[in-house]
Design a binder for this molecule. Structure first.
Ligand code: PMP
Length: 414
């Protein structure tokens, strides 16, 4: 580890949580350079929904490289991009009756968020955006402005000056309808809250600690955005791509956002970030928002292969089945250790175990790592253990993972 400590910035994070030098990976397993094996319950923070080194993706990538397929093409038209767009239309947009244009925004999630925020302000000619408590949208200046966690502070940057944070669903407990608050703030002239260009929101807050917005809340937000002419941006970077059981996480609520950000698993593990926008919002002039790595052709190849999972309902079915196992295992663990006063929450295959005892979730993640499992914490105080395995994980491995967690809790409590 010495070279990392000597040369890599102090900002390094995961290398501290998981102190090993990883070398290879397959499906839901990681291997370090000492030959140790780890079950992966983190899946690249939601980037590896289809598993590490998915054989179909790798085959397509090898074939593409062997025929000297273009890798870097700026935003030029390429065969790989054409194939991706066609398949995205055929398997995702058309069957869902969704009309969106696609903007290739860069390699990583925050690039899509920046693009959405910029476009929303430009189209609506309003400077404010409304975000929600505990939301996470990235850490560059624009996306940081709408990220609601003081750990990523704004003391020096000043970027939050054009963001208003409003309470997410459940922020004041289950009985308070925060959409009513929001409507009041936006329609009452005395609130001091400007009419925003957009709402930006996750349907399930991943980094925020697996907080699940109800269908009714999401429908209420959509209705309010229509009523007040505010754009609704759903950030589906972490919980899109099938994580909640449908390709887009907002499908469960039957809503149609004006814009959607996608990244992480959309590239099948390779860097890709997209903004989907209602066609009439595509008011960019050519070249107005562009850059060098806005469409990596290797990512298009992997992304096109990934879409094959959406040609039928098998993956959704698998997510329902394995999601039910996750809930059952977590409920069992929560019941077995009542002193922890833990809370289980989630949907599809994104689950959280809230552990109010200070520092316990972090210790548990560490103990799991010692026992061959990679799992991360989330939430403002890192108080939630977050379960984000590949959607393709085998049932046996999934159950084995919960066995490690149970044993780790036992060890820490005795
Ligand atoms: N939005 C959400 C919902 C995310 O979970 C993340 C990453 N965890 C981002 C945006 C930012 O993506 P990236 O880290 O790739 O910039």
């Amino acid at each position: 580890m010495r070279i990392f400590e000597q040369l890599e910035s102090e900002v390094r994070g995961y290398v501290r949580s998981f102190p090993a030098i990883f070398d290879t990976a397959k499906g839901s397993f990681l291997y370090d350079d000492q030959g140790n094996k780890y079950i992966d319950f983190f899946a690249g923070a939601g980037t590896l929904n289809y598993g590490h080194n998915n054989p179909a993706f790798n085959r397509a990538l090898i074939e593409y490289l062997e025929r000297d397929g273009i890798v870097h093409g700026l935003d030029k038209a390429t065969v790989a991009k054409k194939n991706f767009l066609q398949k995205f239309y055929d398997t995702i947009l058309a069957p869902r009756n969704l009309e969106y244009k696609v903007q290739f925004t860069g390699p990583t999630g925050t690039n899509a968020v920046e693009t959405a925020l910029k476009l929303a302000r430009m189209v609506k000619r309003r400077s404010t955006v409304i975000s929600f408590t505990n939301g996470y949208h990235g850490l560059t200046m624009g996306s940081l402005a709408v990220t609601g966690n003081n750990f990523y502070r704004d003391e020096f940057f000043g970027v939050r000056s054009n963001t208003a944070f409003m309470p997410y669903d459940g922020y004041f407990g289950k009985d308070v309808n925060t959409i009513d608050y929001l409507r009041r703030f936006l329609t009452d002239g005395s609130s001091g809250v400007d009419l925003p260009a957009a709402f930006i929101v996750e349907t399930v807050q991943g980094e925020g600690g697996v907080n699940v917005a109800s269908d009714e809340w999401l429908q209420g937000l959509e209705a309010l955005s229509r009523e007040l002419d505010i754009l609704l941006i759903i950030d589906d970077i972490q919980v899109g791509n099938g994580r909640t059981g449908t390709f887009f996480s907002f499908e469960r609520a039957g809503i149609k956002p004006d814009m959607v950000t996608l990244s992480k698993s959309v590239g099948g593990g390779l860097p890709l970030a997209l903004l989907l926008m209602r066609p009439d919002l595509d008011q960019w002039k050519p070249g107005e928002h562009t850059g060098t790595f806005r469409g990596n052709n290797l990512a298009f190849v992997a992304a096109t292969e990934a879409l094959a999972y959406w040609e039928n309902d098998d993956l959704s079915e698998a997510v329902r089945y394995k999601g039910a196992i996750m809930k059952e295992e977590l409920d069992r663990i929560a019941a077995k250790f009542p002193d922890l006063e833990s809370e289980v929450r989630g949907v599809g295959m994104v689950w959280g175990l809230e552990l109010p005892r200070t520092g316990f979730a972090g210790e548990l993640s560490k103990e799991c790592f010692e026992n061959g499992m990679v799992i991360e914490t989330a939430g403002a105080d890192d108080q939630v253990l977050k379960f984000l395995p590949a959607l393709t994980i085998e049932e046996e491995t999934l159950r084995e993972g919960f066995g490690i967690i149970e044993k780790a809790i036992d060890t820490l409590l005795t």
